[in-house]
Ligand binder design. Structure first.
Ligand SMILES: [Zn+2]
Length: 511
């Protein structure tokens, strides 16, 4: 499969389109006034501890306070020196401040110097309770794992993770993990062995995960990544020390901008071209690629033609279609995609039947075609969470199995983790897709103010009757005023003067 990356920069936003064989597969949009926070690391301030929810609100300098659950907090710091001392000491003497100093002395310690310190009164058994680990106005190093969505504040973790091209560094873990998408025991164990020996060589403490891109990557490339991460983590620890006495919550590490992130994460051997329509970003990306992703350096192209980059590649059209409810299939069938707060439903429909073939056959072919369209739309719209698929009913078991198998095969192309959980008695396919960012719809749209997001507007008759009720309510409340002025849409006025003129007359009489 040939892939191209188009990077479109305007003063308002950066957009990255991934084209698979010339067709838009994924789109990433970053609005400059509203940069996503995921991946950012802050020195935050605990605003409130909620023992009932085992969570805390943490100020990270955003409009809404962010949310930290105890499950997203790293385990208690137990450096080796500390463990030995703890063994000898009575439990009241275990002082977490010591642990903090230890960690700070070695900026690459297992635990960054972050946690807790209600210190001396704590007995170890209760340490996992959030009220024993955090207190109001405490300073704490946190990373955003989910952007604020709707009315919910951003979600935080104290388990910091720093991605590079091939690896993810986890300062507070001691585990070496391999992406599940890397197959083959041999390759997995090679990565494991090489990573743990590299960590020892450069004296990097903590855990590492080999990302999918690490598959069959030579050891010197992995080493470069480890050095980069080592350097990055040192900088973060130093910055944390430097601003520890400041009053306000502060950003310590900002995730790379979208164009650079896409070079780090989206580019691979099959990427034929990266086309960028902005000189400054082009230079930035080239510089970054030279440092971290050299193989793509020569494939980066500066686009300077008159016509807009996204128009030339029909991205604007596909983007417009990706916001519609209805997706047409080539066979004449179509999908209806509805996203609600709780879930997304996708309904498959046959169009008008074309003669000759049997109904079952038409249905079967439409469903098969739909599996491709569904997988594509999930990716393109970045729909996450619970997804319910309503295929058209089929009679033959073999057809049902084929459709499910085809869906499964299409979903494996997805970079996001998906899982078909079950086929219900009614034939609904229930699945999940991992959600990290807002969906395209959430990012670009808002509920319709006319219908309050219902997708329907009231009929003129309904509005008429509301006006009548409102007139009666006013008459009761304000003791029969002499005159009402009704301002309404022309269709409503029409109705008032024609079909409903009797009711208007009745009201005049009644009031
Ligand atoms: Zn509406």
């Amino acid at each position: 499969m040939s892939e191209e990356l188009l990077i479109n920069i305007s003063p308002m936003e950066s957009r990255v389109a991934v084209l698979d064989n010339g067709i838009l597969g994924e789109i990433y949009i970053e609005r400059h006034h509203k940069l996503g926070l995921v991946g950012n690391i802050y020195l935050g301030t605990v605003v409130r501890v909620l023992p009932g929810m085992q969570a805390a609100f943490v100020d990270i300098g955003q409009s809404r306070t962010a949310f930290l659950h105890v499950n997203d907090m790293q385990r208690e710091p137990r450096p080796v020196a500390e463990k030995n001392k703890a063994a000898k000491a009575t439990k009241h003497e275990i002082n977490e401040d010591d642990a903090t100093t230890n960690a700070a002395a070695d900026s690459l310690a297992v635990t960054p110097p972050i946690v807790s310190a209600q210190s001396t009164e704590i007995v170890p058994a209760s340490k996992t309770l959030i009220q024993h680990r955090l207190h109001e106005s405490q300073r704490i190093l946190v990373q955003v794992t989910k952007d604020q969505l709707g009315s919910k504040g951003a979600r935080l973790t104290t388990n910091i993770s720093l991605p590079s091209r091939y690896l993810v560094y986890l300062p507070s873990s001691d585990h070496i993990g391999i992406s599940q998408r890397i197959d083959g025991e041999e390759e997995r164990s090679r990565l494991k062995t090489e990573l743990s020996s590299l960590m020892q060589t450069v004296n990097l403490k903590g855990g590492l995960i080999a990302r999918t891109a690490a598959e069959r990557v030579p050891v010197d490339k992995l080493e470069e990544d480890i050095y980069y991460l080592l350097q990055l983590w040192r900088t973060i620890c130093a910055r944390r020390q430097e601003i520890n006495h400041h009053q306000s919550s502060e950003l310590i590490y900002q995730e790379l901008s979208l164009p650079l992130r896409s070079i780090r994460d989206l580019v691979h051997a099959d990427t034929e071209k990266v086309i960028i329509d902005n000189t400054q970003i082009y230079e930035q990306v080239r510089y970054f690629a030279k440092e971290f992703v050299p193989f793509v350096y020569d494939r980066i192209v500066h686009y300077t033609a008159e016509q807009s980059l996204f128009d030339v590649h029909r991205v604007e059209d596909d983007l417009r279609d990706a916001l519609k409810r209805r997706v047409d299939l080539k066979s004449g069938g179509y999908l209806i995609i509805d996203q609600t707060e709780a879930m997304t439903t996708i309904d498959v429909n046959t169009g008008s039947f074309v003669g000759g073939r049997s109904l079952e056959d038409t249905v079967y072919k439409t469903n098969l075609e739909a599996t491709h369209a569904i997988a594509r739309q999930l990716r393109l719209r970045n729909l996450g969470g619970i997804i319910i698929l309503d295929f058209i009913d089929m009679l033959e078991q073999q057809h049902k199995d084929d459709v499910l198998e085809s869906l499964q095969a299409q979903l494996t192309q997805d970079y996001a983790k998906t899982k078909i959980t079950q086929v219900s008695e009614l034939g609904l396919v229930e699945m999940t897709r991992k959600r990290t960012r807002e969906s395209l719809g959430q990012q670009l749209c808002e509920p319709c103010s006319t219908c309050q997001g219902r997708g329907f507007v009231k009929t003129a008759e309904t509005v008429c009757f509301e006006i009548f009720r409102e007139i009666m309510r006013c008459a009761r409340t304000y003791n029969s005023p002499k005159k009402f002025t009704v301002v309404a849409h022309a269709a409503v006025i029409d109705l008032l003067l024609t079909t409903e003129s009797d009711t208007v007359a009745d009201l005049e009489y009644l009031l």
